[in-house]
Design a protein around this ligand. Structure first.
Ligand code: HEC
Ligand code: HEC
Length: 280
C-alpha cells in the first residue's frame, strides 16, 4: 500500500470514528434529556413530535430555542409563542449544551435512526388497567409513607399537591395537582422515569424508580387531578405569615427588654461613687 492510500485510509477511519462518537453523543443527549417529553415519529408527548422539525425551522432558530426556549418566548418570537400556547404553556427547560452538541442532537433527530417513545406509550397502556390500589400505593410513595425501593427522596420533599389524603409541603418545585391535565400520563411517566430537570434528575440518578413505582405515582397524580375540583386546598401560606408575625414580635420585645436592662452607666461608676462616699 502506498503512503497516499495509507493517509486516505487513516483519514477515512478518523472521520468515521468522529462521526460515530458525535452521532452517539446526540443520541445520548436525546435519550437522557429530551425523550421524557419528545418522541421522534411516535406522536405528541409533553412536547411536539420532533420528526421533521428541521423542515419547519432553520437550524439557527432550533439551536437558540433548545438552548433557552424561555428567552425565545420572552423575545416575542412569533413561532415560539405559537408553539408555547399550543402546548398548554408548558415551559421546556433551558439547557447548557454547546451549539455543537445541540447540532448533534438535531442530526440524530433527522437521521431517523431513533424512534423513541415506546416506553412511555407502554406505560400508558398499563395505566388503563390501574385501579384504587395503584392510587393508594402511589399516594404512599409520593408522601414518603412508603419508602421508594431504591431509596430515592419522597416527592413531597420538593413538590406539593392539593390532596387531603397526603400531607405535602414541598415548595422547591411545582405544585403537581394539575400536571396530569397538562401533560397526560405519558408525559408524567416519561418525566418521573427519566427526569429532564437537573435538580430532580440529581435526586434520582443513583436511586432510579422501578417500573411499578412509576406506574403507581402516575396513577396517583392522575387521580389527584381528577379529584382536584372536590378538594379544599391545603394552603399553609397564611399560617406561615402569622407564625412570621409572632416570631417578629418576640424578637422586637426581647430587643426592647435587652435595651432597658442594658448597663446605662460607665463601668467604673460604682467604684467612683463608693470612693466619693468615703471622701465625703
Ligand atoms: C419537560 C419537557 C421537555 C423537555 C425535557 C424537552 N422539551 Fe422540547 N418542548 C417541550 C414543549 C412543551 C415544547 C412546546 C413549546 C413550549 O411549550 O415551549 C417543546 C418544543 C420543542 C421544540 C420546538 C418544536 C417545534 O415544532 O417548533 C424543539 C425543537 C424541542 N422542543 C427540542 C427539544 C430538545 C432537543 C430537547 C432535549 C435537549 C427537549 N426539547 C427537551 C417540552 C420539553
Ligand atoms: C429534589 C427535588 C425534587 C424531587 C425529590 C422530585 N422532583 Fe419533580 N421536579 C423537580 C423540579 C425542580 C422540577 C422542574 C419544574 C419546577 O421547577 O417545578 C420537577 C418537575 C416535575 C414534573 C413536571 C411538572 C411540570 O409541570 O413541568 C413532574 C411530573 C414531577 N416533577 C414529578 C415528580 C415525582 C412523581 C416525584 C417523586 C418520585 C418528584 N417529582 C420528585 C424537583 C423534584
Amino acid at each position: 500500500m502506498n503512503i497516499y492510500r495509507m493517509k486516505a485510509l487513516l483519514l477515512f477511519i478518523g472521520i468515521f470514528t468522529f462521526t460515530i462518537i458525535f452521532a452517539g453523543e446526540g443520541e445520548d443527549i436525546f435519550k437522557k434529556t429530551c425523550a421524557a417529553c419528545h418522541t421522534i415519529g411516535k406522536g405528541r408527548l409533553v412536547g411536539p413530535d420532533l420528526k421533521n422539525v428541521a423542515d419547519k425551522q432553520s437550524q439557527e432558530w432550533l439551536v437558540s430555542f433548545i438552548k433557552s426556549s424561555t428567552t425565545k418566548i420572552k423575545s416575542g418570537d412569533a413561532a415560539a409563542l405559537a408553539i408555547f400556547e399550543e402546548y398548554n404553556r408548558i415551559l421546556m427547560p433551558d439547557n447548557n449544551f454547546t451549539d455543537a452538541q445541540i447540532i448533534n442532537v438535531l442530526n440524530y433527530i433527522s437521521s431517523g435512526t431513533g424512534a423513541e417513545g415506546q416506553a412511555a406509550t407502554a406505560t400508558v397502556d398499563i395505566l388503563i388497567e390501574t385501579g384504587a390500589d395503584n392510587v393508594s400505593q402511589g399516594a404512599a410513595l409520593f408522601s414518603g409513607n412508603e419508602r421508594l425501593t431504591n431509596g430515592g427522596a419522597a416527592c413531597t420533599s420538593c413538590h406539593k399537591v392539593r390532596d387531603e389524603r397526603v400531607f405535602s409541603s414541598g415548595t422547591l418545585a411545582k405544585d403537581l395537582s394539575q400536571t396530569y391535565e397538562l401533560m397526560g400520563s405519558a408525559g408524567i411517566a416519561g418525566i418521573v422515569k427519566n427526569p429532564p430537570f437537573p435538580v430532580m434528575g440529581a435526586a434520582y440518578v443513583n436511586h432510579p424508580l422501578t417500573e411499578d413505582e412509576v406506574i403507581n405515582l402516575t396513577a396517583y397524580l392522575k387521580s389527584v387531578s381528577e379529584q382536584r375540583i372536590y378538594q379544599v386546598p391545603t394552603d399553609f401560606s397564611l399560617s406561615f405569615v402569622f407564625l412570621g408575625l409572632v416570631v417578629f414580635m418576640v424578637i422586637i420585645m426581647s430587643s426592647i427588654i435587652i435595651y432597658f436592662n442594658r448597663k446605662k452607666l460607665a463601668v467604673n461608676h460604682d467604684l467612683l461613687s463608693r470612693a466619693s462616699n468615703v471622701i465625703n
